[in-house]
Ligand binder design. Sequence first.
Ligand code: PLP
Length: 383
Amino acid sequence: MNTVLMDTILHDPNTNTPSLILDFNVIQQTYTRFLDAFPGGQIFYAMKANANPQVVQLVVDRQGGLEIASLAELERSLDAGATGEQIICSNPIKNPVFLQRMHQAGVYAMVVDSTYEVEKVAQYAPGSRVYVRLAVDNHGSVLPLAGKFGVSGDEALELFDLARDLGLQPIGLSFHVGSQCLSVNNWVNAVRTCGEVWREAEARGHEFFFLDIGGGFPAGHYHDESIPTIERIGALSMEAIEEFIPPVPNLMLVLEPGRGLVGESGRLLTTVVGKAKRGDAMWLYLDAGVFNGLMETYEGFPPVVSLLDEPTDYETERYTLAGPSCDSCDVIARNLLMPEINIGDKLVFFDAGAYTNEYAVAFNGFPIPSVIALNAEREVALA
Ligand SMILES: Cc1ncc(COP(=O)(O)O)c(C=O)c1O
């Protein structure tokens, strides 16, 4: 997956660390793969994964959509030239100022998953199109999102009726199978549940056309074949949609990939700045840690990492990788088998295009990774 240009930048002694190197060719190719794998589907990129203005611009330039969570993401979408029709909001919790601004901007539709939220949307964004987020099985995903959001089918039906009574336009359903979801059945089962709720809603007089199958598309099949591809998830999801969703002439099939669209485009280049033997463990301290780029490892996401220019044949050692800050929770991974590594060596984290800089803060004064954009279609200044 490393291109020649990526390799050149990784090996360039002038490339500072930590750096997040994004290859926009990979994002473009992945964008096309999604459209091919889900015929008729529309991408609403979950920009929380990587709100870099050039990434947002790439989507908008293709007439794609954006899934936003906040006022700042809305403004960035509009700055990139997105129209309201190209924006949806799947964050179930929205404050009044955000709702009013979305209403003013003509955001296409927004999610609700509680009576309080339905009332809030009716008050601050009257007449909006709304969809309900169903709680679905998140087992098999590396970072489950279940519990915090989503409702049962029965609750969804109550919310549709309430929304209609308050002058909103209920249009359909959404779900999220959990991030880096490795179980294709999660999508299939979730679509089946959507079909059941959809039929019951129709019986109550609702007319639906909107099915949002969320994010969760995993990165990394190219180095681990057990990880399902976009194509496989697409094939099985499309079959399930055909089988379970009542036929409507104008079905709007929405995909909200975050990691799946941008994850594989990025490499995080770091330098080993310290080494220590503590008990049986050999510790390596890097210039990026859980605060400044590798937060997902703290959430339990196993990093895919290697020494830049790993020898083909080597004696392994067992390492604990940690970040540079003084906080004891700043540990990236334990018990990693790697070749001998010394201070000054560089380590590369793969699939780092998503949730790296978005999560990063300069805690203790350690900088967040600088972004290097390869093959970007055009320069975009921050507004
Ligand atoms: C509502 C919603 N949609 C899409 C996404 C993107 O998920 P992923 O990066 O797993 O594709 C998220 C991530 O948290 C989300 O909350």
